[in-house]
Each structure stands twice: as C-alpha cells, then as structure tokens.
Ligand binder design. Sequence first.
Ligand SMILES: [Zn+2]
Ligand SMILES: [Zn+2]
Length: 410
Amino acid sequence: MEFKAVRGVEDLIPPESEKFEKVVETFKNVVNKAGFREVILPIFEEAGLFSRSVGETTDIVQKEMYVFEDKGGRVIALRPEGTASAVRAYIEHGVFAKEPFTKWFYVGPMFRFERPQAGRKRQFFQAGCEVFGLSSPGADAEVIKVACDILKALKIDYSLELNSIGCEKCRSEYKRALIEFLESRKEKLCEDCIKRFERNPLRVLDCKVETCQNIVAEAPKITDFLCNECSEHFEKLKEYLALLDVKFVENPFLVRGLDYYTKTVFEFKSKKLGAQSTILAGGRYDKLVSQLGGPETPALGFAMGVDRAMLLLPEIEEKREGIFLVTRGEKAYKEGLKLLRLLREKGFRVEIDHRQGSFKAQMKAADRVKAKYVVIIGESEVEEGFFSFKELETGKQERVENIEALIARF
Ligand SMILES: [Zn+2]
Ligand SMILES: [Zn+2]
C-alpha cells in the first residue's frame, strides 16, 4: 500500500471511534454539571506562546514540538497541550474584565513528537478544564473532585497523587537546596539531567531514568520549604478534599513536566497503563496569565488523556438496537423502502439490505449490525399486506396485520 497514516498517528474506526465518543461525552456531562463551558481553540499557535508558557527548558518545547514556518514567515507550532491556548484566548478576549471567575473546558487533538507506544501517540486527544480568577484552595479541591467524578463516571480505577510545589518565593529556596544536593551526586545523573539541573533542577525530579529516580528518592522535599502562604493553601486543600471524600496520597517529588505550575499539582494514575500511567493531571498556575501579558490572575486546571482513558474503558456491551428490513423480490424491496422512510420519520433506527441477496445472507447482516428486530417482507407479505416480525434476541417470530400494529411493536 502506497499511503499509510503517519507514524504515531492513528485512525479511529468503529468501534474505537465509539469508545472515543463515549469518553468525550462522559467528560462533557460531568464538567457541564460543574458549570464549565466549552472553548474551541486553534490547533496551531505562534511557537513562542508555548516556549513562554510550557517552558524553554522542558522536553515538550526542546524536543517534542512540531514547529514549522508558514508561508507568511511566522514560526508556528502544533499545540502540544491546551492550557497555553486557553490562557491566550482568556487574555485576548478580555474575559478577565467581564467575569469575576471563568470556568472553561476544551476537547481536541494535541501533538508531540515522541517515541510512539501504547497510550502515547504523536497526535493524541486531551479533554481539559481551566478555572480563572479563583485563588482559594476550595477551587483546587473542587477541580480535583470534578476530575474524580469524570474517572468514576467512566468506571476507571485510579490513584491520586498530590503535591504542592510552592510559589516563586519558596521554590527558589528549594531549588538552591536541590542544586546543592544534585551537585554532590552529579556523576550519577543521566546526560540530560547533568545538562539541565543547574538551569532547572525540578526537571530532574520527573526524569524517567532509573539512576536519576534513585537519587531523587533521597533528595530534599519541596514540602519542607513551603512559605506560610503556600503551606496554608496546601493544608486547607487537604482539609477540603477530605470533606469532598477525595482520597489521595502525597508525593513530594511530583512536579509535572511543565514550568508554569505553582502551589497545587496532581496526577491521576492507573496501574493498568504500564509505563505511561498518568491518565489525568493538572495543577495551579497563578503566574501564567500575567506571564503571557494579562493581569495577575490566579488559575488552575487539568487535562485528561482521552486515548489513555479509552484503553482503560471497560468493554462496551453492544446492545441490540433498531430495525432491519429483510425483503424478497423487487416488489417487496419497494415496500421495504417505503417502510424505511416511514419508520425513520417516526424516529426509529432502521436499515435495509440493498443487496437483495438470500434470506440467510440478509438475516446474517441483521445480526452483524446488532439489530433488535427484523421485519421480513416477502411475496406473500406484499400480496396480503401483512408483515413478519422477529425479535432477534429471543428468535420469536409473529405475524403483524398492518403498519400501525407493526409500529406499536417497537
Ligand atoms: Zn510559597
Ligand atoms: Zn535524568
């Protein structure tokens, strides 16, 4: 075959596309009930938006972004995540001046040039929520609760890890302590970490290389460095989470792979996913709006990996649904077309077999499309004006005298 989908990019054909729809629909149902409204954001942006927000030293910006120059000479990036665009739109439309607080959600494809594997594609889908204008730890608690509710509605088992990475104040002190600690173990760090630990030591904390992880396990903990404000925020959050009946474990080395987070960070993980265990993650980013040119605005949010959620979704039991019309002969086929029109007008799901093949082949087709009922129109049916009606699950077949009586059966 000459053309195939590009490496790391996948088609979703049925029933996978239906699983996708189910995840997205469930997500939308839950966030709608929590008062979030949809934003539809562009798939590409000026590349600078992401280096400024996600962070110049992150893997996402340095290695994984799809960047190209368009015909107007602009440097464009396919979005690697959704938050930067949401913040850009929030500022660009002056939403901060119109609403005391704003709750948005988005769903769409994201792009990262990574080594493809199960649960990691180069085009992947995220469904995310963002809250602007709220600094209270109660907002963090509610956002985390909404995330729990989404996974619960999808019947996905998870564990929730929680941390606070503080503000600029307390983090700079922690960074100093961490650099000092890493300096003393420099020779055991991986190549990437040696390069980046002085510029951004937090990146070492989420390095996936085992030797680095062993070193990190003994590193100083950020939670021991939190300033009063950050530590109070974290304590209140934990108190509110308990009120909302949210179970979590504290992970003092959880930092997330993006630079814009402040205070709260969290990750929902599933053991069933293997190496790519994170299914939903997020946190607070109180400095990002001002960093991108807006007014000081506290904000927080999360994104869920739709593809990963699909991997974890319990098998959907395909229910029998709708009506399949089986006909014999041209006359019966024409009657079938009339019946098809009528039943669709009544709002039923109806299919007809246009192949006009054998009775057996048509019954097989009815079974394959998981029809609930079959209506058989044969020569005698046309002549005498009755219908044969069969329920596929039970195999029960009966004679129905006219269309009205037939419709009453469904
Ligand atoms: Zn602080
Ligand atoms: Zn490393």
